[in-house]
Design a protein around this ligand. Structure first.
Ligand code: CDT
Length: 310
């Protein structure tokens, strides 16, 4: 048994005017709850420190730099690192990263219980668009403000297991999980900010959007025999609603814990990393069963190429 007690720490809405310090104090309150529950790891959402700013269009993209962190940890986030270390708790959260040489990424980090950053992931599947598109009910400008991640899908040995990260839209792509599955991942932590409304198809029901989210993370967990911790930022940010649906999914693809609100809320589950072993040694024993001689198209081709017409 290799048990790790995880808190999936959903954040309620963060308004545009809310400061990093205010958000961090909310995150610390959730961390304290996680400590009381005996957790060893706490996972927060994508872009956890600010409102979901890619909904706001800036003609001059440099104006969006106010949402980015040039250092991590920094003065605002240091208390998270200090408290997690004091509690002996691992930590993961997402933020907008501005590198020293001027690159912009949608990033998440994994911090071990000693307060050391052991892993960094930069979001690879960026959804949305680059320019202002008036036909959309709201903007989703991740492609304007971020570059695609340049670190691949690494995994890290820490906290007695093999951990990986993904961010929001990444969860909809099977390649995300398989890349990490092929490195033996046992727990994938991921945060998301998913608008409750499809900006090109208003009739799409919230239920359907929650279904697609769960379908994706449950399939990823099952098909790679890994735990998946998927954590939302939820609720109405300056009138723009984000769905909840924070879940902990076991390596059989079953949801074992789920939030009930759209506010700050933790859900807790004791995850045994050894529960990943059975699937990895049977139906998803990749070495025995994969047929890579038939998978070439997956990396050779991006879009669809239709067969020739008769
Ligand atoms: N943050 C993020 O990646 N959100 C996307 C919204 C897709 S709609 C442009 C998601 O996949 O949930």
């Amino acid at each position: 048994m290799r048990e790790i007690k995880v808190a999936a720490a959903q954040l309620g809405p963060i308004q545009k005017a809310e400061s990093r310090e205010e958000v961090v104090s909310r995150m610390l309150a959730l961390m304290e709850e996680a400590k009381t529950a005996g957790c060893n790891l706490i996972v927060y959402p994508e872009l956890a420190l600010t409102t979901f700013f890619p909904r706001w269009y800036h003609e001059n993209r440099a104006e969006a730099d106010e949402w980015f962190e040039a250092e991590m940890p920094n003065a605002a986030t240091q208390p998270l690192f200090d408290k997690a270390k004091e509690y002996g708790m691992g930590l993961s959260f997402g933020y907008a990263e501005l590198t020293e040489d001027g690159h912009h990424f949608n990033t998440s980090i994994l911090v071990d219980p000693q307060g050391k950053i052991v892993g960094k992931y930069r979001k690879i599947h960026l959804p949305g668009h680059v320019e202002y598109e008036p036909e959309r009910t709201h903007q989703h400008l991740e492609k304007r403000y971020f570059e695609p991640g340049d670190l691949g899908f690494p995994v890290w040995r820490t906290m007695g297991g093999i951990f990986g990260m993904a961010i929001c839209n990444d969860r909809r792509w099977p390649e995300t999980y398989r890349e990490m599955g092929l490195q033996g991942v046992e727990m994938i932590v991921l945060g998301f900010n998913t608008p409750s409304v499809n900006n090109l198809r208003g009739a799409e029901a919230l239920n359907q959007r929650l279904f697609h989210h769960k379908l994706s993370v449950q399939a990823g967990a099952y098909q790679n025999s890994t735990w998946v911790i998927a954590v939302a930022k939820a609720g109405s940010e300056d009138g723009n609603h984000l769905m909840a649906g924070t879940v902990i999914v076991n390596p059989d693809g079953e949801i074992v814990a789920e939030t009930k609100t759209e506010g700050d809320e933790i859900i807790v589950h004791a995850c045994d990393l050894d529960d990943t072993v059975f699937g990895k040694e049977t139906v998803f024993d990749f070495k025995r069963h994969r047929r890579i001689e038939h998978y070439g198209r997956i990396t050779a081709q991006t879009g669809v190429i239709l067969p020739p017409e008769d």
